[in-house]
Design a protein around this ligand. Structure first.
Ligand SMILES: Nc1nc2c(ncn2[C@@H]2O[C@H](COP(=O)(O)OP(=O)(O)OP(=O)(O)O)[C@@H](O)[C@H]2O)c(=O)[nH]1
Ligand SMILES: [Mg+2]
Length: 613
């Protein structure tokens, strides 16, 4: 469980964390010298009945909102600190807006430094703070008056945090593992160490991980949580991982540690975007910073229907300067670089569109609608089932029920989800392609499956699905590697019948030395090949060479002659075989090669011998 501080500079966040935990999180010399927080600080806080929570202390200085964002991402509870003497200040509001954009699930407001104000002032400030919380995830959060100096109210604050923590829903330990890196350093004797808050899932101590967006692979050497070794990293824990196989610079802040081998980083994604009330309009060309996890990249937001303005939630396409590792449902924050200001944020709707220029989806699409939109975009390729948790933001355990709740979704043997409507369309196209093939080439056995695959333009397993459905429905039959309409058989029409007669008579006249295909063509004035292939399938002719067919009976006679004339294991020279068969050289060599291929003869040094029986 992670608690993140928030609040204006000097309002007493770090002092309060120290009063609660005993840990001074301002460790850097420069932090000591300037009396402000610059880097994220971490401290464990034991909450009775809950366990050890990790507290992330963030800087309040307006120049360090980026750092605050990196700390606030992934926190379960916010601890908004407001100094009673100053009340609501600019970064109190900006941090509160960020907590809203990140959809923090709850929190507590500490109205601190009460030793500096009187009761009347305290009442006024409390009212002010309550009004400012309206519409945020802290709307109903308790406001606890405290003083880190006197210790007043600290027990009540601890109780309020415990109560808020007990309201949090449990996390799914079997979800995809994902941790944004907030610090990386080298430890003497240990090597590269990264720290972060586990966003989701679990990690065993000996896991192999991927570092995104770089795509580097590393092995986990050890896991620590709150300073002691741990057998696994669990969701919503603060952890330090020591990694083998990478240098510190390979895993800077902004990296993600994941275990899914196929989760891709994206340079374009779909999202629902909204601007804060006082933000300027945001056009498609405005350069903006996109903050997701501890990642922070340049981006442009292209909303459907023109520039974004405060008020509505809109569907948009986000173009990123560098790849980010996103998942549907992720919250992100948008900031203008100069003057630096948080202007809005949103929710990732589709982290990995299947097309290069995805059209934004309508805002706030329900899960089923996003599934349909993804399947429509996937068309005949569908959507890989294993990408569904990433693409739709559901846990892997929820995928089977998602599929069974959607009978309009078909699953292929290689684990693709395809829209049943697309399968239907492919099926009726397949049937008409086969019928068309029969019309065009009535002598052929049917449409080769390979040709059907490329003509349909859908995944091979979708073609298999389509064909097996059509076969089951009695529409198609599959013979060899070709599909034909059920009951269909090649037949000779009148014209082809005439060609067949002419071809057979010329082959008979040719006898042992029949004309080639080209000679047949010029003799009969038509292309004889379709008819020859048909006659070959019927068993009437045999292709001895690619462009020379024999009447089957002639070829059989020749083979009989060879078998009868060759004895034992004697090797016959080509000249002897020419005498035996009476074939001229031009016909002899192709014929003997045919005999070799068909186990009648076998090549030996100096000629051939009889093969087989
Ligand atoms: N009187 C009084 N002073 C306090 C209290 N809490 C903090 N302070 C003082 O307020 C000053 C700022 O405190 P910090 O804890 O550093 O404030 P911060 O919010 O962490 O500041 P940043 O991290 O820079 O945003 C310090 O001088 C503290 O001693 C309090 O309860 N009472
Ligand atoms: Mg501080």
């Amino acid at each position: 469980m992670i608690i993140g501080t928030a609040g204006h500079i000097d309002h007493g966040k770090t002092t309060l964390v120290r009063a609660l935990t005993g840990v001074d999180t301002d460790r850097l010399p420069e932090e000591k010298k300037r009396g402000i927080t610059i880097e994220l600080g971490f401290a464990p806080l034991v909450l009775p009945g809950i366990g050890t929570a990790g507290v992330v202390d963030v800087p309040g200085h307006e120049a360090f909102v980026r750092t605050m964002l990196a700390g606030a991402t992934g926190v379960d509870l916010a601890l908004l600190v407001v100094a009673a003497d100053e009340g609501m200040m600019p970064q109190t509001r900006e941090h509160l807006a960020i907590l809203s954009l990140l959809a923090v699930r709850g929190g507590v407001v500490a109205l601190t430094k009460i030793d500096l104000v009187d009761d009347e002032w305290l009442a006024l400030v409390t009212e002010d703070v309550r009004a400012a919380l309206g519409g945020s995830p802290l709307t109903d959060a308790p406001i606890v008056p405290v003083s880190a100096t006197t210790g007043a109210g600290l027990d009540a604050l601890r109780d309020a945090l415990t109560a808020a923590a007990s309201q949090l829903p449990a996390r799914d330990p079997d979800d995809l593992f994902r941790m944004p890196v907030d610090r990386s350093f080298t430890v003497k004797g240990t090597g590269t160490v990264v720290t972060g808050t586990v966003w989701s899932g679990s990690l065993p101590a000996d896991a192999t991980v991927r570092i995104m967006p770089a795509g580097r692979v590393a092995r986990v050497r050890g896991i620590q949580s709150h300073g002691s070794a741990s057998a696994a990293a669990r969701p919503a824990a603060r952890v330090a991982l020591s990694l083998a196989g990478v240098e510190r610079d390979d895993v800077p802040r902004g990296s993600w540690i994941i275990t899914d081998p196929e989760w891709p980083a994206s340079k374009v994604l779909r999202a629902d975007v909204a601007l804060l009330e006082d933000a300027p309009p945001l056009g498609p060309r405005t350069r903006i910073r996109f903050h997701l996890g501890t990642q922070d990249v340049g981006a442009r937001v292209v909303a459907a229907g023109g520039a974004l303005a405060p008020g509505a939630i809109r569907g948009a396409r986000i173009l990123l300067d560098e790849p980010v590792l996103a998942r549907a449902g992720d919250r992100f924050v948008l900031r203008l670089p100069s003057p630096a200001a948080t202007v809005g944020g949103g929710i990732v709707a589709d982290p990995i569109p299947a097309v290069a220029r995805p059209r934004p989806w309508p805002a706030q699409l329900a899960l089923g609608d996003r599934l349909h939109a993804a399947l429509a975009e996937g068309a005949g390729q569908g959507v890989a089932r294993r990408s569904i948790p990433i693409r739709l933001g559901v846990s892997p355990a929820a995928v089977p029920s998602l599929v069974s709740e959607h009978p309009e979704v078909v699953v292929t043997t290689d684990g693709r989800l395809v829209s049943a409507a697309i399968v239907e369309t492919a099926a009726s196209r397949a049937a008409s392609l086969v019928a068309e093939h029969h019309r065009r080439l009535p002598l052929e056995l049917g449409l080769p499956l390979a040709a059907l695959r490329s003509a349909l333009g859908v995944a091979a397993t979708v073609v298999d699905l389509v064909v097996s459905r059509l076969v089951r429905a009695g529409t198609l039959e599959v013979a060899g590697a070709a599909a034909r309409l059920a009951g269909w058989a090649p037949t000779l029409g009148a014209a082809d019948d005439a060609i067949a007669t002419a071809v057979e008579s010329r082959l008979r006249t040719g006898g042992k030395e029949p004309p080639s295909v080209a000679e047949l063509a010029s003799a009969i004035g038509a292309d004889p090949r379709p008819v020859l292939r048909f006659l070959e399938r019927q068993g009437t002719v045999v292709a001895v060479e690619e462009d020379r067919y024999y009447l089957t009976s002639e070829l059989a006679g020749l083979i009989d002659t060879v078998r009868a004339g060759m004895i034992g294991d004697r090797v016959y020279s080509p000249a002897e075989l020419r005498d035996l068969t009476g074939l001229s050289r031009k016909y002899l060599i192709p014929f003997l090669e045919y005999c070799d291929r068909h186990g009648v003869t076998a090549r030996r040094d100096g000629g051939r011998m009889r093969a087989g029986t």
